[in-house]
Design a protein around this ligand. Structure first.
Ligand SMILES: Nc1nc2c(ncn2[C@@H]2O[C@H](COP(=O)(O)OP(=O)(O)O)[C@@H](O)[C@H]2O)c(=O)[nH]1
Ligand SMILES: [Mg+2]
Length: 379
């Protein structure tokens, strides 16, 4: 997946993140609040029955939450690869296998999919039964979600609570914890009940990042997936990074079928359909896969990207690749229906919209971390 251009842009993005962190720029990620949260979470680790180390399935390695000293508790830890709907599915399977080979319990999930959450809840109850054999079912268990910001801890807590209540036929008000596309929105530790007989509670916690990250490759992936604020790098740079990943993958080939065909635009002579009824009207009807405006735009964006990439002579030359990214950004203005006078402003709007589509999975599925080659790792 990594081509020279995506490697180069990733490096620039990673360096920008690192610079922002080194200079402790305003709204830099590590606040006193995060330091306090990190202490509070670490103190609770020995007390909970299960620890769910939530990671982003697109970056299973780069989204590891370091510095919690949870390594001693491997037997009660489950690595949760959330947002599996956004990652490459065969690579997610490989990653699960990889963690299992390291003797880690691992479960891949999509917090927004209720069937997935039901299976996850069953899995968690089975793990608790195993861990608390002698007490079963007379115990109250606590499960704690930990992880870096924006990996979906709160979304998981809410979904587990919602599904768990239904199967436990619990009454009372449904609680919820804040879910947001912006990182660092959860400020305190909250407890939600997810099962009865035995009672099981899940603790949602604030996201934790170390005060500094030396690996610029990790910095760039955290920025692209949204674990740290976009403004530390800039949306334009992040959109360029995403395009470099897209251009060097095979995902865009799926969009070939979106190219306009001859019968996509029908001209209908329709006597009698005119509301005035006085004369024949010629109506042009465009056929679209659905009548939802957003869907038109997404399809247009995919079609535009397909056309630009497939008409570009593929080469390893960095200037050529940058030129492709430039033409894609320009062509996308029309696809996104952006008609602003200012070049800079249009570019920012295109970048933001492109990132939003990528982060909601509508522009393909990309796993940015490669599974380590175990054969070589054991040499
Ligand atoms: N596509 C997708 N989005 C998710 C998933 N889980 C969470 N999200 C989204 O990711 C963003 C961050 O989620 P949140 O739960 O606030 O993350 P937290 O900071 O770890 O608590 C929100 O926009 C969620 O809707 C998932 O499994 N799939
Ligand atoms: Mg949260």
């Amino acid at each position: 997946m990594a081509s020279s251009i995506s490697g180069q842009i990733a490096k620039q993005v990673g360096e920008a993140v690192k610079r922002a962190a080194d200079e402790r720029r305003s709204s830099w990620w590590f606040s006193r609040h995060m330091a306090a949260a990190s202490r509070a979470v670490s103190e609770r680790i020995p007390l909970v029955d299960l620890l769910l180390h939530v990671r982003d399935a697109r970056i299973p390695l780069s989204s590891e939450c370091q510095g919690l000293h949870g390594g001693r508790f491997q037997s009660k830890t489950v690595v949760v690869l959330n947002k599996m709907d956004l990652a490459n599915s065969s690579q997610t399977k490989e990653w699960v296998k990889h963690f299992e080979m390291q003797n880690c319990h691992c479960f891949a999930v999509n917090a927004h999919n209720s069937d997935n959450i039901k299976q996850f809840l069953n899995y968690l109850q089975a793990r608790l039964r195993e861990l608390k054999k002698s007490d079963y079912p007379n115990f109250t268990a606590t499960i704690m979600l930990v992880g870096i910001p924006n990996v979906g801890k709160s979304a998981l807590a809410n979904s587990l609570h919602k599904i768990g209540r239904i199967s436990a036929a619990e009454k009372g008000k449904l609680k919820h914890t804040v879910v947001s596309p912006d990182p660092c929105e959860t400020k305190d530790i909250r407890s939600l009940k997810i099962a009865s007989r035995p009672n099981v509670y899940v603790l949602d916690t604030p996201g934790i990042l170390p005060p500094s990250i030396s690996d610029i490759d990790i910095c760039s992936k955290l920025a692209l997936t949204g674990a740290i604020s976009d403004h530390l790098v800039g949306v334009k740079e992040l959109a360029q990074y995403f395009l470099s990943v897209l251009n060097s993958s095979e995902e865009y080939r799926k969009w070939e079928k979106l190219l306009p065909r001859r019968n996509d635009c029908l001209v209908i002579d329709s006597p009698g359909v005119s509301t005035s009824g006085s004369h024949l009207e010629t109506k042009k009807i465009r056929r679209h896969p659905s009548d939802h405006t957003q869907d038109f735009i997404v399809q247009d964006v995919r079609r535009t990207l397909f056309e630009e990439i497939s008409s570009h002579q593929s080469s390893q030359d960095v200037n050529d690749s940058m030129q492709l990214i430039g033409t894609e950004m320009t062509a996308l203005r029309e696809a996104f229906r952006i008609s602003l006078d200012s070049e800079e402003e249009s570019c920012l709007r295109v970048s933001q919209k492109l990132l939003d589509l990528y982060r909601t999975g509508r522009l393909g599925h990309y796993t940015l971390d490669n599974v380590p080659d175990l054969y070589h790792a054991h040499q």
